[in-house]
Design a protein around this ligand. Structure first.
Ligand code: SF4
Ligand code: SF4
Length: 498
């Protein structure tokens, strides 16, 4: 057992209101510079939708992530040592500016300098790349905002490939339209394709907390990371000639503060905590079949109260304050204890460490009685009739495993019904008890879930200790190992004296 620490994030999709405050907080701090105009290290998409850059989930278009070879090894889809020299001047997998969007500002000076006239003065959009006026803006970082019924955006969502024609028809019937928001940052993956792809060794995974960073001094603009990341969360800065990515606000984290996106989140959907995981099993888990990957990833995360795990973590130089933070981690509860959160597209095999609690949504048919049913069968059947079909959510969050989505939704529905019984009173006690049992939970656990979901204080949502730089574990030989093998592992120099 090789125990390491990882900053692990959970986003609760039921709580996101799509206000984009997170994106703006991030933009103001990190990407308000020349060359970064089109970058959104944090972006919020509407699902169903094509996202940013457009159709990023479609790996037949971008070739991101890992694939299994016949002899059971993993290899990057986008690149290999042999292909890099041939792709120096043309990387066929890179998204173009059109796939992102042409960033723009407005000619605000016209509002002040226009001569007196009878019509209202407007500020025309102006390209931040060419400086020219843009007559018609064609796309933006959240161009499909709320367009759940659009034939151009929602209907071209790559996750719809697993949805049957019947359900698809129902999804896009005007009276049944539904959508949810999907905020995204770098997942700080356990098996990061970006790190493995970089010929210059510019990308590395920090030993002490697993944050994936990009060394600007070493970056040589190969842009392999941009192709290799299946989530498209590294970006090329045309002004500096270097790539950049989300750094999880590590200077803030090191001083005990939350990342700006979390700190500013209006819906309080973001939970960040330490987890301990077994790095010895990364290769094995990344090789599992698509629909086993999410469960496999869960099994990588270790019980931080288990004495054996604690001892192995200490042997590896994990600081006691990190172990304590892992024991109080909200992420651990959502992912491991309650099994509510799931990883986005585990089939990309980068083992992302940003997990999502799937959204509950209204049922497809309208309720005609005006009363809530007191039959558990009917209540749970509503999960199957949710406007956001289980097959769609499974394609997004569990490698197609519908059972994991059903489990999570049923448990959340039971939590909701328990609260309804307590506050509204129209659900009978017997019905609630049956629901809790069928959803594999208890009143005590359901109350804890309700509390962390709805009432949690900042300290309950954020469990990362300030950094002990003097104790930091150095990550050594990242590139060499990633080049030599399929890209796993990063050796640690253990704390002296252990
Ligand atoms: S999402 Fe994963 S592969 Fe993509 S940049 Fe982040 S760590 Fe790298
Ligand atoms: S700030 Fe929070 S609620 Fe608003 S869009 Fe971002 S993640 Fe969603």
């Amino acid at each position: 057992m090789d125990v390491r620490a990882q900053v692990t994030t959970v986003f609760h999709l039921d709580k996101c209101i799509g206000c984009h405050t997170c994106s703006i907080a991030c933009k103001n701090i990190w990407t308000d510079r020349e060359g970064t105009e089109y970058m959104w290290w944090n972006n919020v998409e509407t699902k169903p939708g094509t996202g940013y850059p457009t159709k990023w989930e479609d790996q037949s278009k971008y070739n991101g992530g890992w694939e299994r070879t016949k002899n059971g090894k993993l290899r990057l889809k986008s690149t290999s040592k042999k292909s890099i020299p041939f792709n120096i001047f043309h990387n066929p997998n890179l998204p173009t500016l059109d796939d992102y969007y042409e960033p723009w500002t407005y000619k605000y000076e016209d509002l002040f300098n226009a001569p007196e006239q009878s019509s209202q003065v407007t500020a025309m959009p102006k390209s931040l790349i060419t400086g020219e006026i843009i007559e018609h803006i064609k796309s933006g970082p959240n161009w499909d905002d709320d367009l759940s019924g659009s034939p151009i955006y929602a209907e071209n969502d790559p996750n719809l490939s697993a949805v049957s024609d019947d359900i698809r028809k129902q999804m896009f019937a005007v009276e049944r339209l539904a959508f949810f928001y999907f905020p995204r940052i770098c997942n700080h993956c356990l098996n990061p394709a970006c790190v493995a792809s970089c010929p210059s060794g510019a990308l590395y995974k920090r030993g002490e907390d697993g944050i994936v960073l990009l060394n600007q001094e070493r970056c040589r603009a190969w842009r392999s990371c941009i192709s290799a990341c299946p989530y498209k969360k590294t970006y090329y800065n045309w002004s500096t000639g270097k790539s950049e990515k989300c750094i999880l606000c590590f200077p803030r984290i090191e001083s005990g503060q939350a990342p700006a996106c979390m700190h500013s989140c209006v819906g309080r959907i973001r939970y960040i905590g330490m987890t301990l995981y077994d790095a010895d099993r990364i290769v094995e888990v990344a090789n599992l079949d698509d629909n086993q990957l999410a469960e496999g990833m869960r099994s990588l995360i270790l019980d931080p109260r288990d004495p054996e795990v604690i001892e192995a973590a200490q042997r590896n130089g994990v600081h006691d304050s990190v172990i304590e933070a892992a024991q109080n981690s909200p992420s651990y509860k959502f992912i491991k204890t309650w099994k509510l959160a799931l990883p986005p597209h585990p089939e990309f095999r980068t083992l992302p460490m940003l997990w999502y609690v799937p959204p509950l949504s209204p049922v497809l048919a309208s309720l005609d009685t005006g009363k809530v049913s007191n039959s558990t069968d009917e209540l749970f059947e509503s999960v199957e009739k949710f406007r956001m079909p289980i097959s769609y959510l499974a394609n997004l969050l569990s490698g197609g495993n519908e059972g994991l989505i059903r489990y999570s939704l049923k448990k959340m529905l039971a939590v909701r019904m328990l609260q309804r019984h307590k506050t509204v009173g129209d659900i009978e006690r017997g019905t609630v008890d049956k629901m809790l049992k069928e959803a594999d939970t208890t009143e005590r656990e359901a109350t804890e879930i309700y509390r962390l979901t709805s009432l949690a204080t900042f300290d309950e949502r954020f469990s990362i200790p300030p950094a002990h730089r003097e104790e930091a574990i150095e990550s050594v030989g990242v590139v060499q190992e990633h080049k030599a093998s399929a890209g796993f592992g990063f050796k640690f120099a253990p704390r002296r004296g252990l």
